[in-house]
Ligand binder design. Structure first.
Ligand SMILES: *Cc1c(COP(=O)(O)O)cnc(C)c1O
Length: 447
């Protein structure tokens, strides 16, 4: 069956949800391409295996002495960049009251919003890819022996060596911050191509760290395109390609095993009768894809992954629902792609993630921009936690869980009855916020 045939079948199957997205209504979408995990496992293993994820984890461990030395804020965790898993019962009650809904199970916040160094989920994928590139170069040029401690990366000699190379990336803000900060720390000449959506304070912060920032008046796709072109023309330049990078994906996937350990430490059980439900905001899909993929490999059918996107920019949902993958572009559906959720303003999704997640993603939600600041204020008021607007998108999942017929269908098909859902662990993935300056918070809290 050719691609066109596939696209046609899936576009028809998902016509209802696609229509909702076209109409800019908040949608709940059940992925009709979802398959039981045992049917997908073998193919997944072929593309990104457990060994690949373990290899990424080990690489991060090797770099820990360097990270600890270069970024004193990570001393406490011995160079490990990890975030807290925090139960938020007051936010749960607050949401239930404000929206007159019942949220089943327990609600948790995974605080990647507060990850060290980059202050966003990009501290996983972005930093990992830059470290891997530095390691590859150092090995290739005989600068690193297998017995060396990776503290050598903090030394002048290595930095001088890496300063002969460039790293470039296109970004709406946070990816640029993670790549920019880590590349600069390693000594690279780093250029971040920023889309029009990027907030001014993110550009200022990067420039203050010696990062070259090029600004575009166009959207994210254009920033990526120009960055890629610029980089390809220079043999000493490496482009971090958010639209197809497997390394970024691996960096995100490492989160899964660490989260498993955190849940075990908190006595949280995940099995058939105690499902894990996950909501992650999605831009091109890399971060939510990597995190979800890692968790699917650990928990199979007992984890249910939902991506959340702005009403004006549901590119990953459209890419998978239509099986048009990276060819899907929100502008073709009459949507502007413009959103207050700057981190999610990607008009077309990742080619890699839309494919690898096609049979693994349970579904998704779209959210109105106007809700983001309501969620932001409620979380601040109830739990004293501050996360940036993009990050707040996830809360639409628990709020609309019982409101959308597609999600009810999903529950029916997958044994998520009321008594099973009562045992659910629901995790809202907070993806950014720590580096937001105080005056910007004041603006957000007033909006
Ligand atoms: C980048 C980002 C996301 C989504 O990540 P993608 O890899 O683009 O899907 C979500 N939230 C925030 C705050 C981000 O910066």
């Amino acid at each position: 069956m050719g691609n066109e045939m596939c696209e046609k079948i899936f576009t028809e199957r998902n016509a209802h949800a696609i229509k909702r997205m076209r109409n800019k209504e908040e949608a709940g979408w059940r992925n009709t391409a979802y398959l039981p995990y045992y049917l997908v496992n073998a193919l997944c293993e072929l593309i990104v295996s457990d060994e690949d994820i373990e290899d990424a984890k080990n690489r991060l461990d090797r770099f820990a002495p360097f990270i600890m030395k270069e970024f004193p804020e990570t001393r406490e965790t011995l160079g490990l960049i990890e975030s807290e898993l925090k139960e938020i019962p007051k936010m749960k009650a607050g949401l239930e009251e404000a929206y007159d809904v019942t949220i089943p199970g327990r609600l948790f916040l995974k605080k990647d919003s507060h990850l060290a160094i980059a202050g966003s989920v990009k501290a996983r994928g972005g930093i990992y890819e830059v470290l891997k590139h530095a390691e590859d170069l150092a090995i290739e040029h005989g600068m690193l022996k297998s017995t060396d401690s990776y503290e050598v990366f903090a030394g002048e000699e290595m930095k001088k060596f890496l300063s002969g190379f460039k790293v470039q990336v296109g970004s709406t803000g946070n990816l640029g911050m993670s790549i920019g900060i880590m590349s600069a720390a390693l000594g690279f000449h780093v250029i971040v191509h920023m889309s029009a959506d990027a907030r001014a304070w993110k550009k200022d912060l990067l420039r203050s760290k010696g990062v070259e920032v090029i600004e575009y008046e166009q959207d994210y796709s254009k920033a990526v395109q120009e960055g890629r072109k610029n980089s390809d023309a220079d043999p000493k330049s490496y482009f971090v390609d958010d639209e197809k990078s497997v390394n970024l994906f691996l960096g995100y996937a490492v989160a899964a095993k660490r989260l498993k350990k955190q849940m075990e430490e908190q006595g949280i059980i995940i099995d058939e009768k105690h499902p894990l439900i996950l909501y992650v905001p999605s831009g091109v899909g890399g971060a939510p894809g990597g995190v979800s993929y890692g968790l699917k490999r650990l928990y199979g059918d007992n984890v249910h992954c939902f991506f959340v996107e702005p009403v004006e920019c549901p590119s990953v949902l459209l890419g998978i629902a239509t099986q048009r993958y990276e060819k899907a572009n929100v502008h073709e559906y009459g949507l502007s792609g413009k959103t207050e959720a700057d981190g999610l303003a990607c008009a077309s999704p990742s080619s890699f993630v839309t494919r690898i997640m096609t049979n693994l993603l349970s579904g998704g939600f779209t959210v109105n921009d106007s809700r983001l600041y309501d969620f932001l204020r409620l979380l601040d008021k109830t739990e004293g936690e501050r996360i940036e607007p993009s990050s707040c998108a996830s809360f639409i999942g628990p709020v609309n869980w019982n409101e959308k017929i597609e999600i009810q269908e999903y529950c029916k098909m997958h044994g998520l009855t009321a008594d099973v859902l009562a045992n659910a662990t629901q995790i809202v993935w907070a993806t950014g916020g720590k580096l937001v300056p105080e005056e910007v918070w004041e603006e957000y809290l007033k909006k």
